[in-house]
Write a protein that binds this ligand. Structure first.
Ligand SMILES: NC(=O)C1=CN([C@@H]2O[C@H](COP(=O)(O)OP(=O)(O)OC[C@H]3O[C@@H](n4cnc5c(N)ncnc54)[C@H](O)[C@@H]3O)[C@@H](O)[C@H]2O)C=CC1
Ligand SMILES: O=C(O)[C@@H]1CCC=N1
Length: 275
């Protein structure tokens, strides 16, 4: 991909906060020409920060709509209606709107856009920062295979992509969108446990982070079911089985089921509240 290549779409990230910046920086790492990227920000200090850090053009929302082929909406769900009130009527049906927003159905966008404007709904996650995102992509109204391919081209360099029916996106949000937070909480708690057992915090941190990386790599690369991998760690009358009994006694499995269900329900609430 080279600068000046007319086949490369110009992508504008509207509302470059945490997620928008991760998409921007990932695209730049993947070689997307900086002159084919635009960002918008609400605060002038944020605009200056992005311009300095990435050398990217920071513009207002209407300029982004005028100059870009792809409009990636990176604002909070609660701010999406106001943004679309501003830009919706100016977006034409030959542009592509990509929503990064949790909860909002693509029809939320469709209702606020010129008839025929294609929408693709995407749920990615913060490991995009290290090109290890899990991104789920769904066709919304008027999205063709070419639009899905364009979304794939944007998100594949940031990690792994899958296509899912849009009806699954709230569940996806609960699993992989929010998922990094659950793993960080577990890691944090295990490091605290190491400190409780008398280890220096730095030692506990190194032990647990590498154990997380090793376990995740085995899950991905061995092709084995997590139950089998867990059984291989669990010796008869050993240390692991008593720890697992405590986790079950404290309802960790039930807590995860309830937590992810709550996250899915919250995605649905966000959609209702953002109307
Ligand atoms: N943080 C995460 O892990 C994930 C977030 N998401 C979704 O990504 C979206 C963004 O989330 P974050 O980056 O965490 O939030 P954020 O608050 O860091 O970023 C949103 C940005 O949009 C800006 N903004 C709001 N209205 C604007 C407007 N009218 N014009 C220009 N800029 C405007 C805000 O100033 C802010 O910088 C949300 O819809 C969220 O549901 C999706 C997956 C993961
Ligand atoms: O907490 C949230 O609402 C966003 C969406 C998925 C991850 N973070």
């Amino acid at each position: 991909m080279t600068s000046g290549d007319s086949a490369v779409s110009t992508v504008a990230v509207l509302g470059a906060g945490k997620m928008g910046e991760l998409v921007l920086s990932g695209l730049l790492r993947a070689g997307w020409p900086v002159d084919r990227l635009l960002v918008t920000a609400r605060r002038p200090e944020r605009a200056a920060e992005l311009a300095t850090r990435y050398g990217v053009r920071v513009v207002d929302n209407l300029t982004a709509v005028a100059d870009a082929d792809v409009l990636a909406v990176g604002v909070k769900p609660q701010d999406a209606a106001a943004l679309l009130d501003e830009i919706g009527p100016k977006i034409s049906a030959d542009q592509l709107v990509i929503s990064l927003c949790a909860g909002l159905p693509s029809s939320f966008f469709g209702r606020r856009l010129v008839d025929g404007t294609p929408v693709v709904r995407v749920m990615t996650n913060t490991p995009a920062r290290v090109d290890q995102a899990m991104t789920a992509i769904s066709a919304g109204p008027h999205a063709t295979e070419a639009h899905l391919a364009l979304a794939e081209a944007m998100f594949a360099p940031l990690g792994t992509t899958i296509q899912v029916p849009e009806s699954q996106q709230d569940a996806v949000t609960a699993l992989s969108g929010s998922g990094p937070a659950y793993f960080y909480l577990l890691v944090e708690a295990m490091i605290d446990a190491g400190v409780l057992l008398g280890l220096p915090r730095a030692t506990a941190h190194e032990l647990i982070v590498q154990t997380a990386i090793g376990s995740a790599t085995m899950l991905r690369d061995s092709g084995e079911h997590p139950v089998k991998l867990r059984e291989a760690v669990t010796s008869p009358a050993g240390t692991t089985s008593v720890a697992l009994r405590e986790l079950e006694n404290h309802g960790v499995r039930a807590a995860l089921l309830a937590a992810l269900e709550a996250a899915r329900n919250r995605a649905q609430e966000l959609a209702a509240q953002s109307e």
